[in-house]
Design a protein around this ligand. Structure first.
Ligand code: PRT
Ligand code: ZN
Length: 285
């Protein structure tokens, strides 16, 4: 049987969310941390567990068909791959940071300075875009210690909470690039694999869409029914069921999680009662 090979980070910041997303798609597999590959028992997919740095080249070489990596890793390595989905998790930013005493006005302050980074391609493009020429040193790890040991004047590194910078006496001065996990794919997959990918994406979209919505049920004086559509911004018109008391109806619909509290307040103001809210597990059009 043809299987779609997906490369996932073996151990690190992307691993858990990547595996959870696939599990939520109803794809069963054994993910013991010692194995390098695993096959799903109920979906035509095979997993390769790799270091994140290796994923773009493996997808490019066809060792894997698709993979999940940080957008930063994809952009840095710059292989001609397709980004088929932005997955939203593992959010971070690539920032310029300098020692606290460094007087930084703008990116121009980096002219002629030494900058240490693990992202020379992305940084190089940013400097070029701004007409700044600096000396960029590629360092594979612990970039944040380079200014204190005197090998750089500034760094360019990934930041999420900022704690690492602070504890090294550095200040973040320019967060010029944002990254989240993305699903990458080889641009020329054979038709059979493309079809499996489409099935997987359909499931992923249903899982991820469900996370954005709540299912809401409530009773409402019938005379206010026409106002509900304007409040809920639902996907489709709500389901309305008559109640024994013919002045009232029961309404069921989905609401964007982000708008939920706002919607709840407005419904209460219309006289809604017995409001019941539940999470949605999957949602497809
Ligand atoms: O072993 P392997 O090579 O697979 O893993 P890795 O150590 O290279 O990668 P890993 O697991 O650290 O990161 C994988 C991906 O997670 C990155 O490519 C990013 O897309 C994303 N990500 C999200 C981060 C961070 N947040 C992050 N904070 N990657 C790294 N960091 C590091 C950063 O480099 C710095 O050292 O965390 C430190 C800063 O964190 P704060 O919270 O102190 O600001
Ligand atoms: Zn890595």
């Amino acid at each position: 049987m043809e299987r779609l090979k997906i490369a996932i980070q073996k151990k690190g910041r992307l691993s858990e969310d990547s595996l959870q997303l696939i599990k939520d798609c109803g794809v069963h597999f054994n993910s013991s941390s010692r194995v390098l590959r695993a096959e799903s028992s109920n979906f035509p997919i095979e997993f390769l567990f790799l270091r994140d740095d290796d994923i773009p080249s493996y997808v490019y070489d066809g060792v894997a068909d698709i993979g999940i990596v940080g957008r930063n890793e994809h952009d840095e390595q710059n292989f001609p791959l397709d980004i088929v989905r932005d997955l939203g998790f593992a959010k971070c930013r690539l920032s310029i940071a300098v020692p606290n005493e460094f007087e930084y006005d703008s990116v121009k302050s980096l002219e002629g300075k030494r900058i240490a980074t693990s992202y020379p391609t992305i940084l190089g493009a940013y400097l070029k875009e701004n007409g700044v020429s600096s000396r960029v040193y590629e360092i594979s790890g612990s970039v944040e210690i380079t200014p204190s040991v005197g090998v750089s004047d500034a760094i360019c590194d990934l930041v999420s909470t900022g704690a690492t910078l602070a504890s090294n006496g550095l200040k973040e001065v320019d967060a010029f690039y944002t990254s989240t996990a993305v699903m990458i794919a080889h641009p020329n997959l054979p038709a059979a694999k493309k079809e499996i990918l489409e099935r997987l994406l359909m499931r992923m979209d249903a899982v991820r869409k469900a996370m954005d919505y709540k299912y809401i049920m409530f009773n409402l004086p019938k005379k206010h029914l026409s106002e509900v559509a304007g409040i809920i911004h639902g996907m489709k018109s709500p389901t309305v069921t008559p109640l024994v008391d013919d002045q009232w109806v029961s309404v069921q619909t989905v609401v964007l999680e982000d708008l939920f509290w706002d919607v709840l307040e407005k419904l209460k103001a219309l006289g809604a009662q017995g409001i019941l809210v539940t999470a949605i597990e999957k949602m497809a059009d």
